[in-house]
Design a protein around this ligand. Structure first.
Ligand SMILES: [Zn+2]
Length: 306
């Protein structure tokens, strides 16, 4: 079968690898779609993480069931929350599987994993429907956070992004106000919008110093800053403001699929609308990673179809 092999920075190749059978407690899933995650792009550009998540946003159909994989049958539709799914098939232990309803669209299933990241962050940050929220960054992470907040009834969500298409998408998906942080300074803007108070929760969804600073300076006294962006560089932050405003800062890097599935079941949000491109596996480097690395003016979520 064909599988994308990571050889190094900006060096991935789709190769023929030996087909394997599922072992005890595992199933084999034929991949329908696998989304390109920001963390994958990070590995593509800067090198692998200690535990590489490369190719983990996949869904498909079970084609073989190993011994002891109770409760699963061939033909079941599932999300596979394991790396290695930029391939025609992946072997997945049952504890990393999530069954998806028969009537759920494949595109909707593909964005379940990124939505689960937002679910975890929102849950961990104890965001309530009454909170006023600022999200720095309207890429996949920021947009999934926006949709999660909408699903739980949060009324006011301010967002920023330097790219026009992402700002447009954020507005389309229900952000209260969106601006370009390179043209408009966020902390004074948020002060004005919140009557001088600042937001209850600010979420960093880019992974750069400037947006972390915007979050820290935009949160109210005793407010919360949630950091979900993946940082490549060290960030120099003004700790005096952090201390005097008694900010709570939380890093998040896990998923909460049950909550994301609950949000999807309500039917009120359409996270699949962030998918801008579906490309063949063979084009994963040129039409996938290279396009995202060049900060495409049109692409948001690119999905690979083996
Ligand atoms: Zn992901």
């Amino acid at each position: 079968m064909k599988k994308t092999i990571y050889h190094g920075i900006r060096n991935i190749r789709v190769e023929d690898v030996a087909d394997s059978a599922p072992g005890r407690g595992e199933v084999k899933v034929q991949i329908k779609y696998c989304g390109i995650c920001g963390s994958d792009l990070h590995e593509y550009l800067h090198g692998p993480f200690p535990e590489s998540p490369f190719g983990h946003e996949a869904c498909g159909t079970i084609v073989a069931v190993g011994p002891g994989a109770e409760g699963y049958n061939t033909g079941d539709r599932v999300c596979t929350l394991v790396p290695g799914a930029y391939a025609e098939a992946v072997i997945c232990p049952v504890e990393r599987l999530l069954k998806i309803p028969d009537d759920m669209d494949w595109k909707r299933a593909t964005v379940l994993e990124p939505l689960s990241g937002a679910a975890y962050a929102i849950d961990r940050g104890r965001v309530t429907p009454e909170d006023t929220v600022f999200i720095a960054g309207a890429g996949t992470v920021g947009l999934m956070l926006l949709l999660g907040l909408k699903a739980m009834g949060v009324q006011t969500v301010y967002m920023t992004d330097t790219l026009e298409n992402r700002r447009q998408k954020a507005l389309e998906l229900g952000a209260t106000d969106v601006w370009d942080p390179s043209a408009i300074k966020s902390p004074p803007r948020i002060k004005k919008l919140t009557g001088g108070r600042g937001v209850d929760v600010a979420i960093e969804a880019v992974g750069i110093e400037a947006s972390l600073k915007d979050c820290l300076a935009s949160a109210r006294y005793q407010g919360t800053v949630i950091v979900q962006g993946i940082f490549t560089e060290r960030a120099l932050v003004h700790m005096l403001g952090f201390v005097t405003r008694e900010t709570t800062m939380i890093g998040t890097n896990s998923i909460k699929p049950d909550l994301a599935m609950q949000w999807l079941a309500t039917g009120t949000i359409r996270p699949e609308s962030i998918i801008t491109d579906i490309i063949p596996l063979t084009d994963i480097a040129t039409r996938g990673f290279d396009v995202l690395a060049a900060k495409s003016k049109t692409a948001i979520k690119i999905v690979v179809e083996p």
